[in-house]
Design a protein around this ligand. Structure first.
Ligand code: MG
Length: 331
């Protein structure tokens, strides 16, 4: 018998991926969203995310934040294809003595996110469980077929970019767990990034319209892990420059006070929900033109290789990143 802890989340996905193929399916398992043909020129996007009490959120988490983040995580997957979100369905499994008011507050947060990003919550399912509270959300989206940004198109010589700053969400988790003494404005900034992540939908759509993006993913497991997904699916490697990794002042303060190593945490901390993407070197200007309206930062290059990610220090020395983020079953 193989256990999940033996094969890991990604080992399990490999086993079931072969069953997802049909003609209308342009991309099944293995990208941020599944992509299905919807006529000649459009596609439909579908993604699902689940959150389990005690695994994805701690009991002291504000329920509105849990609900907001449940939808925001899926919105980020639609953003990572360059798409526009449309509708959501939500399933909740709760034990018989679970506080209804608590679950209602989770839904309040979810609806606040849905209103903000113009998503309709069109249905769902409620079931009873003997254990922890489980929430699952399925989101659909749509976009032009010839603009979809898959993970698999990165080419040697492409520039690698990331939006926003990295590490804030994991800093926010440190604040929730209460193990650091920080100024109020730092706490507030990090908690905001942890519970109210900003899916980069406008940026994702703007990037898709440039047609200069060769591969894109959202930062859910940490840049080290997420960039390795792009590299493995594109058959290339990547080099990122340590000095170019964008970090917020709040995150740097958090690391200083908690004694954490900034670069390690920025590269392996998950759930920043920023966009990580490669751009054809001939078309970098089209993406640089977006830098006036959006926070984007060039962090490295795609090089020939076997799917690995290297980090380059100030002296040009390159080190392979072995620590690749967070696998849900710890495999
Ligand atoms: Mg994703």
């Amino acid at each position: 018998m193989d256990r999940f802890t033996d094969i890991g989340e990604f080992g399990f996905i490999d086993r079931i991926a072969a069953h997802a193929q049909r003609n209308r399916v342009l991309c099944g398992i293995g990208d941020d969203c599944a992509v299905m043909a919807a006529g000649q020129e459009r596609v439909r996007l579908v993604t699902v995310d689940a959150m389990v009490e005690g695994v994805h959120f701690v009991p002291q988490a504000p329920p509105e934040g849990v609900g907001y983040k449940l939808l925001a995580a899926s919105l980020s997957d639609v953003a990572a294809m360059g798409g526009k979100p449309t509708d959501a369905v939500v399933a909740v499994s709760a034990s018989g003595n679970c506080d209804v008011g608590y679950v209602e507050r989770i839904y309040n947060g979810l609806f606040a996110c849905a209103d903000r990003f113009d998503v309709a919550v069109v249905g769902g399912d409620t079931t009873r469980t003997s254990g922890a509270l489980v929430l699952s959300l399925t989101l659909t989206g749509e976009m032009a077929r010839d603009q979809v940004c898959y993970r698999s198109g990165a080419q040697v010589g492409d520039a690698v970019y990331v939006s926003g700053t990295l590490g804030d969400a994991v800093g926010g988790l440190g604040v929730v767990l209460g193990d650091v003494d920080l100024p109020d404005e730092v706490r507030t900034a990090l908690l905001q990034r942890h519970y109210r992540p900003e899916p980069r939908l406008d940026l994702g759509q703007a990037l898709a319209e440039t047609r200069a993006v060769t591969a894109m993913i959202d930062v859910s497991d940490g840049v080290a892990s997420d960039l390795s997904h792009i590299c493995q699916q594109s058959g290339v490697s990547a080099v990122i420059r340590a000095a170019a990794i964008p970090m917020s002042r709040a995150f740097v303060k958090f690391c200083e006070v908690s004694g954490k190593e900034e670069l390690d945490l920025a590269l392996t901390g998950g759930e920043d929900f920023e966009l990580l993407f490669s751009v054809s070197h001939k078309q970098v200007d089209k993406v640089e033109a977006l830098a006036e309206a959006y926070s984007i930062c060039r962090i490295g290059e795609i090089v020939a290789g076997d799917g690995s990610v290297m980090i380059e220090d100030g002296d040009g020395k390159r080190v392979l990143l072995e620590e690749l983020g967070y696998d849900h079953f710890g495999g």
